[in-house]
Ligand binder design. Structure first.
Ligand code: SAM
Length: 242
């Protein structure tokens, strides 16, 4: 390895680790630098997806697991580590899609997790779901590509959960969240803007306006009181439905 920090080195010559070996789908450089600064030798770490980030986890001496469905990524990443003089001995690859691999893994307390595997709905949320119990209290999770709606919805939901805090954003794509307590998310929706504001876009266009007005009228304090009066005597207790 040269004296250049690893991120700068990778940035100067991005290796072809993805696709047919001629593509680079790496984290933003700022996020890669964050890993280089924050991962310490002996940390217990895991990522969904693999690539340059895996090389950084290896270089920092973490006990690291990378989950990817593509076995050729393992070959290329280990080869690249060798070229750079980095041992990849402490990296274990688990080959398969994360929604199958993660629930079958032996749980271990994790210091840092990177979620950067499948980005389609609901996989970022599933990655979080399977890994959240394993992350230590005080441990951090990097969630990449938060501008994508399936990822942004996860970040929105964590912002509203008392067991999690948003620590920082790194570059313009990556959010670092910290687990500050054990605990499940609330079973009820408390009005958080998970995936955006409340909307009725699943209805046919002609019905959306009416539904939005009706919902807002009957969800207001006055509207709810009017509904309560109208339904008094029915014997049922009503809850708000959205
Ligand atoms: C954006 S790349 C990850 C980039 C990597 N973090 C880096 O710094 O180079 C997305 C990765 O997710 C992997 N992937 C795709 N579908 C997946 C799935 N269902 N489960 C886990 N990983 C998946 C891809 O093979 C690829 O390694």
């Amino acid at each position: 390895m040269t004296d250049t920090p690893l991120t700068a080195n990778l940035r100067a010559r991005p290796p072809g680790l993805h696709g047919a070996g001629d593509e680079y789908w790496g984290l933003a450089w700022a996020a890669l630098e964050w890993l280089e600064r924050n991962v310490e030798e002996g940390m217990q770490t895991l990522e969904t997806g693999s690539g340059s980030s895996t090389i950084v986890f290896a270089a920092k001496g973490a006990d690291h697991v990378a989950v990817t469905p593509d076995p050729s990524e393992e070959k290329r990443i280990r080869g690249q580590c060798e070229l750079l003089g980095i041992s990849s001995e402490r990296v274990t690859f688990r080959i398969g899609p994360s929604h199958e691999v993660l629930p079958a893994l032996e749980p271990r307390p994790l210091d840092i997790v990177l979620v950067d595997g499948a980005h389609g709905f609901p996989y970022p949320a599933l990655d979080w779901w399977f890994l959240a119990p394993q992350l230590k209290v005080g441990g951090r999770m990097l969630i990449d590509d938060a501008y994508m709606p399936p990822v942004g919805a996860l970040v929105d939901s964590l912002r509203a959960q008392p067991a999690w805090q948003i620590d920082e954003t790194v570059g313009h794509r990556t959010v670092v969240v910290r687990k500050i307590a054990e605990g499940l998310p609330s079973f009820d929706w408390g009005g958080e803007r998970v995936g955006g504001r409340m909307n009725f876009r699943y209805l046919p266009a002609a019905e959306r306006g009416v539904a939005a007005v009706r919902h807002r009228v009957f969800s207001s304090r006055l509207g709810l009181r009017a509904v309560g009066v109208a339904r008094r005597g029915s014997g049922l207790r009503w809850r708000k439905s959205g």
